[in-house]
Design a protein. Structure first.
Length: 366
């Protein structure tokens, strides 16, 4: 994934007595994680302010609504703001622009005076990726962006740069299963942007020393808005062994991204016909970035695998279609049906077939 240069916006805050208080704002660490575009907004005070601290603030950005959703999450607030009754922080799409808003009021909490000559992160902005073939389109909007000090001083602004980065591979699934003495690894992408290719890494369970098992890069599609299917056979395995497999994608600039691993247990003989149905505990659990859910079905048939919250509301449909008989694995990255990040908590996942139904609990930790 190619990352844009750091963006710096110089702010001149004019106080009531005419003293120019200067600060640098920056967009930092633009990235995509689990199909969610993220960046940090940071501030660095570069001289003395006559006011008590930061007051109202509106950060506006243009964005590409063809590649990003219309739902904005603001997380990882600065400790001086998080839980402070004098500050309220929110994010939304407003008039076709991405807006992050800080409202200051005398709610009993102390005003936040950013550190002198030290960049401090204000917050993380998160937006789900809806089309991986698009760029993010994130750029400062000079007309609408503005900050005030706690004494409501006006603001003069200058800025430079762009936060636009390509949105990378959108992975539909990554599966691995033991069959006929080999491990069959398959995955599908819904779209690809600047994707050079893939690597497969393997380790023995409980051993974090991953090693690449493909002799050369598995070529990607480069640019694609259509689903693409891939396959790799691992025939260099030991019987009666638990393996973890991890997929890595590589963009045209050489940047890499890893996906959550899947777990496979090999047998002493080739797979015999399946005679049971089973829904296994997800792995890892608890999890943060992603988890894998394994299930086994006796015959080829339609399968539905869904995530519910504690109130029984649908969070995410992971599978709803025809599967062959055997053991299968589905990866969930912690996003809901609208592509939004699901908050921490206990959730249920349920497997349904024509004649079988089972439910288990998983734990998501942010």
């Amino acid at each position: 994934m190619r990352t844009a240069n750091k963006i710096v916006m110089a702010l001149v805050l004019l106080t009531a007595v005419g003293h120019a208080a200067v600060a640098d704002l920056s967009i930092e660490n633009e990235r995509v994680e689990n199909n969610v575009y993220k960046f940090e907004i940071s501030i660095q005070r570069t001289d003395a302010w006559s006011s008590d601290g930061l007051g109202h603030a509106d950060f506006y950005f243009s964005y590409n609504d063809a590649g990003l959703s219309n739902s904005v999450n603001v997380t990882n607030l600065h400790p001086a703001i998080n839980g402070n009754t004098s500050y309220d922080v929110s994010g939304k799409i407003n008039g076709g622009l991405l807006q992050v808003k800080i409202v200051y009021s005398d709610g009993g909490g102390l005003p936040w005076l950013p550190a002198l000559n030290l960049a401090e992160q204000i917050c993380t902005v998160e937006i789900a990726v809806t089309d991986g073939s698009q760029n993010s389109g994130i750029e400062w909007d000079a007309i609408n962006t503005g900050l005030l000090t706690t004494d409501l001083a006006s603001i003069q602004e200058t800025y430079q740069g762009s936060g636009d980065i390509p949105l990378p591979v959108e992975l539909a699934f990554f599966l691995a299963q033991y069959v006929d003495g080999v491990v069959d690894i398959t995955w599908r992408t819904e779209s690809e942007f600047q994707n050079w290719g893939f690597n497969i890494y393997r380790t023995i369970a409980e051993n974090d020393q991953y090693e690449r098992i493909n002799p050369s890069l598995i070529q990607g599609a480069g640019y694609s808005t259509m689903p693409r299917d891939y396959r790799f056979i691992d025939d260099r395995i030991e019987e009666n062994t638990i393996y973890l497999y991890k997929l890595e994608d590589v963009d045209l600039a050489g940047n890499t991204r890893d996906y959550a691993p899947v777990r496979v247990q090999t047998g002493g003989t080739a797979v015999s016909p399946v005679t049971v149905y089973a829904l296994e505990q997800n792995y890892p659990n608890p999890f943060n970035q992603g988890t894998t859910i394994f299930f086994t079905i006796e015959t080829a048939e339609s399968v539905q695998l869904v995530i519910y919250d504690l109130d029984g509301r649908l969070v995410k449909t992971l599978a709803d279609g025809y599967f062959d008989a055997g053991r299968h694995a589905v990866v969930w990255g912690g996003l809901n049906e609208r592509g939004q990040t699901v908050p921490s908590g206990n959730l249920f996942y349920e497997l349904k077939t024509r004649g079988f139904q089972q439910c288990r609990k998983l734990i998501l930790l942010r």
